[in-house]
Structure formats: C-alpha cells, structure tokens
Design a protein around this ligand. Structure first.
Ligand SMILES: Cc1ncc(COP(=O)(O)O)c(C=O)c1O
Length: 455
C-alpha cells in the first residue's frame, strides 16, 4: 500500500529521502550539538539570540544567570514547576517562530515523528534506555494515568500502593478501580519518615505481597516528606519473589519518578523498576508540559494504549483497518497535536544538564539539602521529616514548625523573608523546600535564619 498518496507526508526531508527513523535520529543528534533540532529545521530556524554573558557550566553563578527567575526571592520551589534556563527558552522561541511561520514545514504537517524521535532519543540517553521504550507525555500525571489505566490485569489481580503516594498515583488507581473493580490496597512503608530504613521498607512491602499482587505502585521520592525509596533493594526483593511465580504473576515495580529524575544521578538499570513515569518540568528544568513514560521492553505489551497515537504506523493501521505495528513507545505516546515548541525543546534541557554534569548537579542539590536539614534540626520546635541519609533522601526537604501551620509558614516566609517554599498538597500538609541548581549554599543559611525567625 502506498500510503504516501493518502497520508500528508512531508514533501521533503529525511523520511522522503528514505532515511530510516533511527538513522535520522543518529544523524540529527550528531548534527545538533547546539540546537537539538533536526538539521534541516535548524538551518531554517531563526538565528539563536546571543546569550547574555558567557555561560560557564562550571560556575554556579553563571548557571544561575541562565534563569530569568526573580532575584527578589530565594527560589526554593523548583519541585513544583520549573523556570526554563536560557537554552530551553531560546529553543522554545525558535520552534514557536518556525511553527508560527509555517507549521507544516516545521514538522507538524505529517505527525511529529521525526522531531519527537530526537526528543525520545535524548531522554532515552538520559535514562540509560532505548528510544523505542520511551513514550512522550505531558506530565507525570499523564504517564501514570496511561500506565494504571492501560495495564492489562487478570480479574482478581491487585495493585499494592503506599499511603505515602501522591494524589496522581492514588487517583489514577481509584479511577482504575471504579472502571473495572481492580482491587487496590494501601500500606504504610514506615512510621517515622525521618527514621525510615531500607530494611523496614523492603520487609513491609514483601510482607504485604499476596499471590494476587501484580502491581506495586510507588513513588521514588515522596513529595510529602522527602523519603527516597530504596528502589534497587525493592527490585532485588521482588526478583526473589518473582523467581517463585509464573511470569504472568510477576510483581511489576511502577514508579512515579518525578522528584528523583534529574535530582538523582541514576539510570533505569540502577533503579531496577519495570515502569517509570516523570515529567521534565521539575528537577530537569525542562519545558513545562513535557514528560515521559518508560517501560522495560518486555513490559510494554502489557500496557493497552488509551489515547490514539499520531504516528505513521497508527495511520497505516487505520487506513488498512488493522492494529498498528510499531515500537511500543510510539503506540504508547498519546496523539493529537501538542505544544510542540515545548516538546521539541526537551533535548536542550537534557543537554543543559549534561553540560553542567549530572553528578555535579546531584552533589550540589544533596550538599545544600544536607546543610538545610542540619540547620533546621538545630532549631527548637522544628521537626525535620526527611531522612538524613543521602541514600534515603534526595533534594526535597520537609519539616513542621511548632505553632505554624504549613500554609501560614509559607506565606510568612515569602512575605517577610523573601523565601519561596510551599506547603505540601497532602491531607496533613508540611513545609517543603527544594534546593536546586538555582539556589546556593549561602541562601540555605538564610532559609534557616528565616525559619528560626518564625519562632
Ligand atoms: C510525587 C508527585 N508526582 C506527581 C506530581 C505532579 O507532577 P506532574 O506535573 O509532572 O504531573 C507531583 C507534584 O506536582 C508530585 O509531588
């Protein structure tokens, strides 16, 4: 079937030229060390505005200078929604200009597969994974909904989650339960977050598993208290459990990874999970409204897509009245046209991070978090909820302040001390801080002084 006569294929470009998509991605990624855009598009794109000053990735002040964040406040809330660094802003502007000038030539005419492959390839590199297994989403919440809404489960198989998970996981599971009655059970993984240990968490999980448990739905770094789950140890324990089970009954480890992604320097192999959902618009400082869902290659078949994808294979299947055949992550990427100026700028965020150095960024975040926890812990009336140990925590630091409901503390810190922190969106809110690459050690000291002044 010559679908090119029916489908709106691009009149030029690599697909026309007969280049395979993988070859295209390699060619493009090799050719776009600066722009992250396909070579043809990059040539046509307007010139990149000259950066203000020279960006020195080894100088934290220079890194901070790449952000347009207001200097009136100390910005300790990147865990909510990122500010874009200059290379990401420039890429977004560039693509927006292209789309405004000629959406078809920019790549939106025939689906977005070429430029999105560049995005999937750069995210895959970051995850230590393969582009064929990285579906693009708009957020962690969307990824979790696709996963928990689409997972094929046998009648009676249950989902085990924790009481500490966020709304995005709990509500996706509630919707699943309402749709088909899938049982969902919640357990406590620890009683005191500050004292949570790997042994305690792993043993509680293993004890809670039943022969019916098919899915373990957890959050890598809890956003209510900053506890980082020992994903690798959980995965190792599940490996032993699964060794005694039929493949169709294996327990699948699914992670909301958003507060570890780009705060921790870890690959999917390091985590050992089976599914991983995150956005890029928190710790990676990626374009707002972009994210991914990754699955181990052998598990993608377990996820039934719920939103039609916009891919060549999808259209060919439709035209031929048959199921589309394509890489699982292509079929798992929700279609419809998107805010492509954001999606196609994702490689710039990855490149920005890699240029600074992933290990350096993690070390910068963790050392500030350690200083912050140490300073807060010394204050009378302050209870730090986040564990001390770097293996049990990441960048999020949470606490309570005696006599100060979290919302009032948030308001007072902003109004009187120019510190931006937030209350956590949970039933019992806590006060939460996020040291990142836009904050500095001397600012951490000021935060501690500001919290002390709440007394
Ligand atoms: C644990 C957790 N998961 C998911 C989200 C939502 O992230 P996204 O905007 O990527 O859906 C948040 C907070 O915004 C969160 O704290």
């Amino acid at each position: 079937m010559d679908t090119s006569r029916r489908l709106p294929l691009p009149s030029s470009g690599p697909l026309r030229a007969g280049l395979s998509r993988r070859g295209f991605a390699t060619a493009v990624l090799g050719a776009t060390a600066v722009t992250g855009l396909p070579a043809a598009a990059a040539q046509a794109a307007p010139a990149v505005p000259a950066p203000r000053g020279t960006f020195d990735p080894h100088d934290w002040a220079s890194v901070r200078d790449q952000f347009a964040l207001s200097r009136d406040h100390l910005q300790f809330s990147a865990y909510v929604l990122a500010s874009h660094p200059r290379p990401v802003r420039d890429a977004i502007n560039r693509v927006r200009d292209e789309l405004d000038a000629d959406p078809i030539a920019a790549g939106a005419g025939f689906i977005d597969e070429d430029r999105s492959l560049v995005v999937r390839t750069s995210l895959a590199r970051y995850l230590g994974a393969d582009a064929d297994h990285v579906a693009l989403t708009d957020s962690t919440t969307m990824g979790l909904a696709l996963l928990y809404g689409g997972l094929r489960l046998r009648a009676g198989q249950e989902i085990l989650t924790s009481e500490h998970d966020f709304y995005a996981t709990h509500q996706a599971l509630r919707l699943r339960h309402q749709r088909d009655g899938t049982p969902v059970r919640k357990i406590r993984l620890y009683d005191d977050p500050a004292r949570a240990t790997t042994d305690e968490i792993v043993s509680r999980i293993v004890r809670a598993l039943t022969p019916r448990t098919r899915v373990l739905a957890l959050t890598w770094v809890n956003s209510d208290n900053g506890v980082k789950l020992p994903s690798r140890a959980v995965a190792d324990a599940l490996r032993d459990v699964n060794a005694r089970r039929a493949r169709a009954d294996h327990v699948l480890l699914c992670l909301d990874g958003v507060h570890g992604f780009a705060a921790e320097n870890a690959t999917m192999a390091d985590l050992g999970c089976d599914f991983f959902a995150t956005s890029t618009h928190k710790w990676l400082h990626g374009p707002r409204g972009t994210g991914l869902l990754w699955a181990k290659p052998e598990h993608w078949a377990l996820v039934r897509p719920v939103i039609p994808n916009f891919s060549r294979e999808g259209y060919e299947g439709w035209v031929g009245d048959r199921d589309p055949v394509a890489a699982p992550a292509i079929l798992g990427t929700p279609g419809g046209y998107h805010s492509f100026e954001h999606r196609w700028a994702v490689p710039e965020a990855v490149r920005f991070h890699e240029t600074i150095g992933r290990a350096r960024i993690t070390e910068r975040i963790k050392s500030q978090a350690a200083t912050l926890k140490d300073g807060l812990r010394r204050l009378p009336g302050v209870r730090v909820l986040t564990p001390d140990s770097p293996s049990m925590s990441a960048g999020i630091v949470c606490c309570t302040v005696e006599g100060w409901p979290a919302a009032r503390a948030e308001h007072e810190l902003r109004a009187s001390h120019q510190v931006i922190a937030t209350e956590t969106p949970y039933a019992e809110p806590h006060l939460r801080f996020g040291p990142t690459i836009v904050t500095a050690p001397e600012q951490v000291e000021k935060v501690v002084t500001a919290v002390a002044a709440l007394r």
